[in-house]
Design a protein around this ligand. Structure first.
Ligand code: ADP
Length: 480
């Protein structure tokens, strides 16, 4: 660029010389007295020729200097230039050198800045990618209380569109004044360590009111001044739910354990105090103690099995299991109780293959639990049926236990598979733990990947059903 500039300047100088020569000639022509025209014309012509010659020399010299300047080292170009052009050429070359050095410095700086920009952009993209996969809501705020970065979790929790908020004021995005205050105080340097607090965020368009824990830290620049505040919000809803579920479980389990224990203790106390002086009363007490012990051990077994399944540590003995055999065995087990209550038992198993890949004992426990409930909650003389069929389209075996019993009130249907849930009015009808159906659901859904459900009409009876995927029965058969 600077060489082009030099060429233009030198060319302009040469042309200037030529024009000056011409101008001298013309002034001589027009300025001379009329008697001496030939002489003046000759002089003018000579002056014009001399001016033109001088211009040509200057142009050639500068052009040659320029060509040399372009192709050789500048010092050599100066040395090769005509003597009269050298001082100007030297000055020009000096300017050129200085300009060239500055241009080089600018270029280096430009490159440096470009590299820094790219590194910063890559860093930002990485940070955004990390924030995007985080469950916790994260906000990064600059010292002007403007949002620099926020992930989707933050947008959902605080009710804004995280993809479109960069540079917006925190006051317009975040309603919660406590959160804004903590961030502002952090940016003002009021606190040096990470701040931690619990907040109750108001409900937004996208979420209900949420309890959350917030941690706000400060990022400082090289001089120790706050350059950004990072706020991480952890939603406490799930943890609170789990804590509540745990305490409910403990209180329900203690209640269920206390009932048989109290009854056993009362019997034992009366026996010890000698209040049961006749054999019949003593036998009655023994029988109560025996049945309460069995209830207690069923309760503990069910609790253990459910917690093992929930923790994923139950041992599953998978094999090709024939549900027809399981139904027959369960029917035989339940038959004495049904007979005692004058109930009739029926099996309607379709003449198809009812094999599934599953755990024999667990699936048998499901059928026995459902049959036992049917017997307990069906009045005397009722009818209990087990219906089994396979669904080749859905690749599963379908089993239903149907009774003509009390049925289940619509309000209780939703919650009937929950732990310890029992229909209040039926507590007088039969003893129970409220864990049997919950265990059935875990065995069917968690262990076997099937489904369990219920249809019931109050006063008309219930139909509990479950499905077990055929899965890879062939593989199970082969493994057996
Ligand atoms: P329980 O040991 O109390 O029977 P379950 O979990 O097996 O515990 O059943 C929970 C509750 O569901 C029972 O207490 C009863 O109120 C209701 N229930 C279960 N099966 C039937 C049924 N076939 N008919 C009517 N109510 C039933």
């Amino acid at each position: 660029m600077f060489k082009t500039l030099t060429r233009s300047m030198l060319t302009a100088m040469a042309c200037g010389g030529a024009v000056a020569g011409g101008a001298i000639g013309l002034s001589l022509v027009f300025g001379a007295p009329s008697g001496i025209w030939p002489a003046i014309a000759g002089g003018t012509l000579a002056a014009a020729l001399l001016g033109g010659l001088a211009a040509t020399i200057i142009m050639r010299s500068t052009a040659a200097f320029h060509t040399r300047l372009e192709s050789t080292h500048t010092a050599e170009a100066v040395a090769a230039a005509p003597r009269w052009l050298r001082p100007t050429a030297r000055t020009l070359v000096g300017c050129l050198d200085r300009l060239g050095a500055r241009e080089e410095a600018w270029r280096t700086r430009e490159r440096d800045l470009e590299i820094r920009t790219r590194v910063a952009e890559a860093g930002r993209e990485q940070a955004e990618a990390v924030l995007a996969v985080m469950n916790e809501a994260v906000l990064v705020v600059n010292p002007f209380n403007e949002l620099v970065m926020a992930n989707d979790a933050a947008g959902t929790l605080l009710g804004f569109d995280a993809s479109n908020t960069q540079g917006q004021s925190l006051a317009t995005l975040v309603n919660d004044s406590t959160l804004r205050r903590i961030i502002s105080e952090t940016l003002e340097g009021a606190c040096t360590s990470t701040r931690q607090a619990e907040l109750m965020l108001d409900a937004t368009e996208h979420s209900d009111a949420v309890a959350c824990e917030v941690m706000v830290g400060c990022i400082r620049d090289g001089k120790g001044r706050p350059s950004a505040a990072v706020a991480v919000l952890h939603d406490l809803t799930r943890e609170r739910e789990i804590a509540q579920m745990k305490s409910e479980f403990v209180s329900k389990a203690s209640h269920e354990l206390r009932t048989p224990l109290s009854s056993m203790r009362a019997c034992v106390e009366m026996l010890v105090d000698g209040e049961a002086d006749d054999t019949a009363t003593r036998e009655e007490f023994y029988s109560i103690i025996q049945s309460e012990t069995e209830r207690l051990s069923r309760l503990v077994d069910n609790m253990l099995n459910i917690s093992r399944i929930e923790a994923g540590i139950i041992e599953i003995d998978r094999a090709a299991v024939d549900l027809r055999t399981i139904i027959e065995q369960a029917m035989r087990a339940i038959e004495p109780q049904a007979r005692e209550r004058g109930q009739t038992l029926h099996v309607e198993a379709a003449p198809v293959d009812l094999h599934v890949n599953g755990d024999h004992d667990m699936l048998q426990q499901v059928v026995v639990n459902l049959l036992s409930n049917a017997v307990k909650y069906t009045p005397e003389g009722g009818r209990i049926s087990v219906i089994a069929d396979s669904d080749n389209l859905a690749r599963c075996v379908h089993v239903a236990v149907q009774d003509t019993g009390l049925g289940i009130p619509p309000d209780d249907v939703e919650r009937i598979f929950e732990k310890f849930y029992r229909v209040e009015n039926y507590k007088r009808v039969a003893k129970g733990t409220g864990l049997g159906l919950n265990l059935c659901r875990h065995i069917v859904e968690t262990v076997h990947g099937g489904q369990i459900g219920l249809e019931s009409t109050l006063g008309m009876g219930s139909r509990f059903w479950f499905t077990v995927p055929m899965g890879t029965v062939e593989a199970a058969k082969a493994a057996a």
